[in-house]
Design a protein around this ligand. Structure first.
Ligand code: MN
Length: 135
């Protein structure tokens, strides 16, 4: 089933400038609007203020464990419905389970593989937009 690509607002919470640049470039070239945060607290604030369609959350952040940030966003009524994809620099055993336990909806291991990355993002955006209670 080939559908029209949906344009979404995606919040990227990532402290590494090179990864931020890459992810922003990929999302922008796919037609999405990108909001950027380099700390967990900044990310949580932007999520609440803008209610993005999707959040990409780095797990290793300077101010807060990304999993804690995910848990906070999934515990708040205003942000709990926003799909969150965890980003991690290394595939440590148990990381994926921890990420899903914290409430995230997807998991991407860095370095990012372009096609897999965009496929997963598009699926989550389409799924989210298909829900009747979207914002
Ligand atoms: Mn990081």
């Amino acid at each position: 089933m080939e559908g029209r690509r949906m344009s979404a607002t995606v919040l990227v919470v990532e402290d590494h400038p090179t990864n931020m640049k890459l992810v922003t470039m990929l999302l922008s070239s796919a037609g999405h609007t990108v909001l950027q945060a380099s700390t967990a607290l900044q990310g949580i604030a932007l999520a609440k203020a803008n209610l993005p369609d999707l959040i990409l959350m780095d797990i290793q952040l300077p101010d807060m464990d990304g999993l804690t940030a995910i848990h906070q966003l999934k515990s708040e009524a205003t942000t709990m419905h926003i799909p969150i994809v965890a980003l991690t620099a290394f595939a440590m055993k148990g990381d994926q389970e921890k990420a899903f336990a914290a409430g995230c909806d997807g998991y991407i291991t860095k370095p990012i593989r372009y096609r897999d990355f965009l496929n997963q993002i598009e699926k989550l955006i389409a799924k989210h937009n298909g829900q009747p209670h979207g914002h």
